[in-house]
Ligand binder design. Structure first.
Ligand code: COA
Length: 431
């Protein structure tokens, strides 16, 4: 830290209030997501009472979202491209907005000017000796945001990992910054339930040696990863990963030797997890972070052999339509990369697109396999794209099955308490 650049870096940092001063009324601001959420900048922005008509565009952000409080939301409006837990209620209340969009398409929204960004708020690692910060744990659509926004405002966090891949941000590109030294927001591992364990076993049985893995968000993909340690020569090309993948790498099951795209490397767009995960990706050339229009490019995904895409769902109807972003009308998450990878896996040689979900919700009182989706439910994976569906009661492949055969197959993996009702209802729906 003795170069002139580092001297400038250490002395030029400003206060959060000064850093956000270049935001003016009516501006569109991108906000870095997940563990890279620049919380001090957001808090400083929320504290300003002179702004009107500012819009924040973001994926899921970590921690509370003070800018969605009713008195602030009238001045600073949040627009989720993927809804995290803090934004569910504001979106449901109409204090915040949600855009349904494939993750792979978001960079083009920014780069084409369809959503013209004025400012990008990011959290980055300190500049290296070449004068580059790194976008750290989330490259996803932050890459396009810093490449297209008029201004870049950064939290330069000494604890943000310096990651490899397409992560470099020239220090000179930053218009205002604060310097912090704080732990990244962590996402703790949850205790696996019996249902998740049984789903994990079903899916692990489908994974062949030399497969290329994509693991989606949540407890089910985690339950699969813990059961793959006996496999051989696995590869990873995914949108995101968590601590469980680190354990799989440590087991020796991941070599990336048989991948066609970026062989020898784990490819991802962002990570979320604990300190152990952040240490793993820090300055680790094994892990390449790329923008989500690359990681989630269906054509690129399909070039890898035996792509196994493992994604969770909230509800599936008897024809195979998969709801994954809402519970009825209530927006729960987003489209994310589910379709990008489900289609990419379907087109890969020997690929297996997998949708997994517990058979019931609300303490076993309702079936997640239903004759008809709830009003308002968002179809993320269509019945034309769906292949494997897995619950704790089994795994069925719907590809090539008629509507009647699909109804029978899906009923066979529903919870036994709901099967008679589903058979009755199936007789009344189109077959
Ligand atoms: N009706 C009512 N409530 C339901 C329900 C249903 N059909 N299905 C689920 N729920 C409730 C659950 O009971 C749970 O409630 P709780 O938090 O009170 O226990 C909650 O909704 C969440 O369900 P769960 O199955 O635990 O969700 P998850 O955290 O495993 O996430 C998705 C599942 C589908 C939301 C998540 O994978 C997602 O956002 N997918 C879309 C994007 C994607 O797949 N991207 C892939 C690349 S990363």
């Amino acid at each position: 830290m003795n170069s002139p650049l580092h001297h400038a870096f250490a002395s030029r940092g400003t206060s959060p209030a000064d850093a956000v001063a270049l935001v003016a009324s009516g501006m569109r601001v991108f906000v870095h997501g997940a563990s890279a959420t620049p919380t001090p900048l957001l808090e400083a922005l929320a504290a300003r009472d002179d702004l009107d008509g500012v819009r924040l565009y973001h994926l899921h952000t970590a921690g509370a979202a003070p800018w969605t409080a009713p008195d602030i939301a009238s001045r600073i409006r949040s627009v989720s491209l993927f809804t995290g837990s803090a934004l569910r209620e504001p979106v449901a209340d109409g204090r915040a907005d949600f855009i349904p969009v494939f993750l792979s398409d978001i960079p083009a929204l920014f780069l084409s000017g369809t959503i013209p960004l004025d400012v990008a708020f990011v959290q980055v690692s300190p500049p290296d000796r070449h004068g580059y910060c790194s976008l750290g744990t989330s490259v996803d659509c932050a890459r396009a945001a810093v490449d297209s926004a008029r201004f870049v405002v950064a939290e330069v966090n000494r604890q943000m990992p310096r990651t490899h891949g397409n992560t470099a941000l020239a220090f000179d590109r930053i218009d205002a910054f604060i310097v912090t030294d704080r732990p990244l927001a962590e996402h703790a591992l949850s205790q696996e339930t019996d249902v998740e364990a049984r789903i994990g076993e079903q899916i692990a049985a489908l994974v062949e040696d030399r497969s290329t893995l994509q693991v989606g968000i949540g407890a089910i993909p985690d339950a699969v990863l813990t059961r793959l340690k006996g496999k051989h020569e696995l590869g990873v090309h995914t949108e995101m990963f968590s601590d469980r993948l680190v354990e799989l790498v440590e087991s020796g099951a991941v070599t990336n030797r048989f991948k066609a795209v970026h062989p020898g490397r784990i490819v991802t767009s962002f990570v979320t997890g604990t300190r152990k995960l952040f240490d793993f990706v820090n300055d680790n050339p094994l892990v390449e972070f790329h923008a989500c229009d690359r990681t989630n490019d269906t054509a690129l995904i399909s070039r890898n052999p035996r792509v196994v895409a493992i994604n969770a769902a909230l509800q599936v109807d008897l024809s195979g339509q998969v709801c994954a972003d809402s519970i009825g009308h209530r927006i729960y998450s987003g489209i994310g990369g589910q379709m990008d990878f489900i289609r990419g896996a379907a087109r890969s040689r020997g690929g297996k697109p997998i949708i997994a979900l517990p058979a019931t919700a609300k303490g076993g009182t309702i079936s997640r396999i239903v004759a008809e989706l709830s009003p308002g439910a968002g179809v993320v994976t269509t019945r034309g794209h769906v292949h494997w569906v897995v619950t704790e009661f089994g795994a069925v492949n719907l590809h090539g099955l008629s509507l009647r055969e699909r109804a029978d197959a899906l009923t066979s993996i529903a919870h036994p308490d709901f099967r008679a009702e589903l058979r009755r209802e199936a007789r009344h729906s189109a077959r």
